[in-house]
Design a binder for this molecule. Structure first.
Ligand code: FNR
Length: 386
């Protein structure tokens, strides 16, 4: 089971990560807000889309390569920004970035990463993307954007759907905080994960590197929690997108739009691409699935800017479904985190290999040989099934 070739699907990686990662950090990944209705809808609605099986077509020559915002990729997939990735596995952001780069897909570093922008830049050889939350301390944001620029990041992903935070019940019950609460349950759980503890003790010397040491008075994790909690700027509006557009001369992606009007506003204020996203069901519980929001958004703005999507992508089939409904690219969050927690860099690579192969085979069985030719006709339900 534990050899990479015995891992056959993303679910295998999830099961292994569940065994290997301390409960508090595993649950942080594998949870959604409140009732988790939106978290579940993301996957369920993707799975409900059926393919049209086609035969009698020469499918011997196939291509999955494409571009995302002009960047060459081996398939139209990117790793989504995820906070605390370095808690799934020691040096997690570095390992995930290396796996993504070796595979030929973009890696996006979260503002809330454990390894800093500079750590990741030093440890990797190709450019990555940086995700930004807008904080009240605008001087800090300006410094952060300048650091991402200096590190060679080629795209800035501005997340606009987390100015207040949806509640994940499990995080409260597990005492997930900064620093984590040393409850008896947590200590007992750590004692059963020696491999994880050993990895952290041996290699991890990093801690919220984008923030700690870069804000006056924030010199360690214990002083970080309060600062972060009150820093998310609830005044965030489209004019801030314009402000960032003027500050950042590379690609700007706005993440977290769920309606055609919001997608249009993001583009009007300077976005090169939008990500149709409900934050993986971690914010507005009760929001529709991201795949169901995609068709009308793609229809409205797809000719003006790239439309990307995330939420619930668990396979190459899902990636193909998203592509068929108008997404130039899709992102995965939890799947690569399962891979990382399960097997470090090898696990992230395995996750990408699995999705790539599933995409290739599924596209072929639909009678399509080039990812660029995928359109709604490969789905039985047609262009707008929702
Ligand atoms: C996230 N997400 C996220 N998004 C973001 O813009 N900044 C962040 O720091 C985080 N942190 C984060 C942590 C964890 C553990 C998860 C699972 C997700 C949301 C993420 O970028 C993406 O929108 C979702 O993960 C996509 O859904 P799937 O692929 O996880 O179903």
């Amino acid at each position: 089971m534990n050899r990479p070739e015995r891992i056959t699907c993303v679910e295998d990686l999830r099961q292994l990560a569940r065994r290997r990662v301390p409960r508090m950090f595993y649950d942080y990944v594998d949870a959604g807000a409140y009732t988790e209705a939106t978290y579940q809808a993301n996957q369920r609605d993707l799975a409900s889309l059926n393919f049209v099986q086609r035969v009698g077509i020469d499918i011997s020559n196939r291509s999955l390569t494409d571009t995302i915002l002009g960047q060459q990729v081996t398939m139209p997939l990117a790793l989504a920004p995820t906070g605390l990735t370095g808690m799934q596995h020691a040096d997690g952001e570095i390992l995930a970035a290396r796996a993504a780069q070796a595979f030929g897909v973009p890696f996006t570093l979260s503002s809330m990463s454990i390894c800093s922008i500079e750590d990741v830049a030093q440890a990797t050889s190709a450019p990555f993307w940086f995700q930004l939350y807008v904080m009240k301390d605008r001087a800090f944001i300006e410094r952060l954007v300048a650091r991402a620029h200096a590190a060679g990041c080629t795209a800035l992903v501005l997340t606009v759907d987390l100015q207040v935070q949806g509640q994940r019940h499990k995080d409260i019950l597990n005492g997930l905080s900064t620093p984590p609460k040393p409850t008896l349950m947590n200590l007992l759980n750590l004692a059963t994960k020696p491999r994880w503890c050993w990895g952290m003790a041996r290699t991890s010397r990093r801690t919220f590197g984008n923030i700690v040491g870069h804000v006056d008075g924030i010199e360690d994790v214990s002083s970080l929690a309060g600062w972060v909690a009150e820093q998310f700027d609830q005044t965030l509006s489209w004019k801030d997108v314009r402000w960032l557009r003027e500050m950042w001369n590379r690609k700007l992606i706005v993440k977290g739009v769920m309606t055609p009007d919001d997608a249009q506003s993001a583009i009007d204020h300077g976005a090169d691409a939008v990500i149709v996203s409900n934050h993986g069901g971690r914010q507005l519980d009760g929001a529709p699935s991201s795949i169901s929001a995609l068709p009308t958004i793609a229809e409205r703005v797809g000719q003006q800017a790239e439309v990307h999507i995330d939420g619930g992508i668990r396979s190459g089939q899902d990636l193909l479904r998203a592509r068929a409904l108008g997404a130039q690219a899709a992102y995965i969050g939890r799947p690569f985190l399962y891979g990382l927690g399960a097997m470090g860099q090898v696990g992230v690579r395995r996750c990408l290999e699995i999705i790539h192969r599933e995409l290739d085979i599924t596209m072929a069985l639909c009678g399509v040989t080039n990812i660029k030719d995928v359109d709604p006709s490969i789905l039985t339900t047609g262009a707008d099934p929702f």
